[in-house]
Design a protein. Structure first.
Length: 457
């Protein structure tokens, strides 16, 4: 008795979705990119490099550097913000990717996924631009291509996040593999294999939020993408149905699979144009309530001791992703609603300093956190919140936020993005940071993309 096609093991489904995505990526050229998309690529590169530079002195990065030195890393690819330091072609992406994501200040795509695409993807590409001389235009094309692959793979697995996976580690590996394949000029078959090799390495667990491992996911994803493309270029193969297959990514990493999303409007809709940038150095789902708390600080004008209670209404994801009531460290405080609400009101901002170890245990913050009450509203958007402040004298102040700052519906301007970058890159010196910013704005005119790394070192 025969078995119906595709009902066991890895019998082919013959949907051809991974192959079609790979063929699109292999054939993508700079001339295919609309001007607004090219500009968004420049913005994404600027944001990721700035976030990496801001994290370069974190103790986590020192541990990585020391470990790679002890394991004999070959001096091949530059590490951002570290002078002339070079590491191996698979080690540099780990450090650069981890720096990009370490402060939780990097970009976030929220179009069906919650994904920090650029840290793993650009970590892979920046390593390879020193391996093979490419132009700024080629770097932009590879960035766009990888972004498409990572986000579309996530859209094909809509319950992926619910399973406890950290998307920056899993989808980031897919993005990095696809982008690296495009940068190396692989053909459609090789790109299919690069996506497959990257996807089979996809990993990262949400349990590691608030630890050094969360940003490690981004670095390892970048390295996985580089390795995937280098192997595929030499004939290493994989399934050509890795995304949609019976035992492929969309079906085993998610309880619901929508593989048709992989090629939906492919070439007509570019996911990078729907990217968001963070004004605050914490989990993206906290940003709406931070906006609301800053607004309450301005409208109420009350000292902390005059605040009796704050009632927050948020999307359910805000509690699911960041429900840490009593964070003991700066990294853990990035996933605390109470902490974020407290520092936003007390300090009027939620930058890098507000998520330090010292601020996580500061007396004024500890005193304010218990005043925060949180409830969820199913009908809210992920970028929506509502805050009510009740004063000790009974007065009430309201602050609704329809769309958080930095999201697609409330975007960060070029000027604001550059200010963020210059603040993050300040350690290079003001003049050097300005030169780097100017170079990134002109990335599509750069003959050798490796010049970017020289400016960022």
């Amino acid at each position: 008795m025969g078995t119906a096609k595709g009902e066991y093991g890895v019998a082919p489904l013959d949907l051809g979705l991974t192959r079609r995505l790979a063929g699109f990526i292999a054939g993508l050229s700079f001339e295919d990119l609309p001007a607004p998309l090219v500009h968004e690529a420049r913005r994404g590169v600027m944001d990721m490099i700035g976030c990496a530079l801001a994290a370069r002195h974190h103790p986590t990065i020192a541990i990585l550097r020391e470990t790679f030195a002890a394991t004999g890393s070959a001096p091949v690819a530059r590490v951002l913000g570290h002078g002339g330091l070079r590491l191996g072609l698979l080690d540099a992406p780990v450090v650069n990717g981890q720096m990009g994501h370490l402060l939780d200040f990097d970009d976030t795509h929220m179009g069906g996924v919650v994904l920090h695409t650029s840290s793993p993807l650009l970590a892979a590409l920046l390593a390879l631009v020193e391996h093979r001389r490419v132009s700024g235009q080629a770097l932009i094309v590879a960035y766009v291509a990888g972004f498409e692959a990572g986000v579309r793979a996530g859209q094909a697995a809509p319950a992926h996040h619910d399973g406890g996976w950290h998307l920056t580690g899993t989808l980031g590996a897919i993005a990095a593999g696809a982008g690296a394949a495009r940068l190396l000029g692989l053909d459609g078959v090789q790109t299919t294999h690069a996506i497959g090799i990257a996807t089979t390495q996809a990993a990262g667990m949400q349990q590691n939020r608030g630890t050094m491992c969360k940003s490690f996911h981004a670095g390892k994803a970048g390295a996985s993408g580089v390795l995937a493309a280098l192997l595929a270029a030499r004939g290493f193969n994989s399934s050509d149905e890795i995304l949609e297959g019976k035992r492929g990514f969309a079906r085993i990493y998610s309880s619901l699979a929508t593989p048709e999303r992989i090629i939906e409007e492919l070439g007509a809709r570019f996911e990078l144009t729907r990217n968001g940038y963070k004004p605050y150095a914490c989990g993206i789902v906290l940003h709406p309530l931070i906006d609301a708390m800053i607004a309450l600080r301005a409208s109420a004008g009350l000292p902390a001791e005059a605040v009796a209670q704050v009632e927050l209404q948020v999307h359910p994801h805000a509690v699911k992703i960041t429900g840490v009531d009593d964070p003991k460290s700066g990294l853990m405080s990035k996933f605390s609603i109470n902490h974020s609400a407290a520092v936003a009101y007390l300090d009027g901002t939620a930058g890098i300093a507000q998520y330090s170890d010292g601020r996580a245990t500061a007396p004024d913050v500890l005193a304010f956190r218990p005043k925060v009450r949180v409830s969820t509203v199913e009908g809210f958007g992920k970028d929506q919140a509502h805050a009510t402040l009740i004063a000790t004298d009974g007065r009430r102040f309201e602050a609704p936020v329809a769309h958080a700052s930095g999201t697609v519906a409330n975007p960060m301007s070029d000027a604001a993005l550059e200010r963020k970058f210059l603040g993050n890159a300040a350690g290079l010196g003001d003049a050097a940071a300005q030169r780097l910013a100017q170079a990134i704005w002109a990335l599509d005119r750069m003959e050798d993309a490796a010049d970017l790394l020289a400016l960022a070192s």
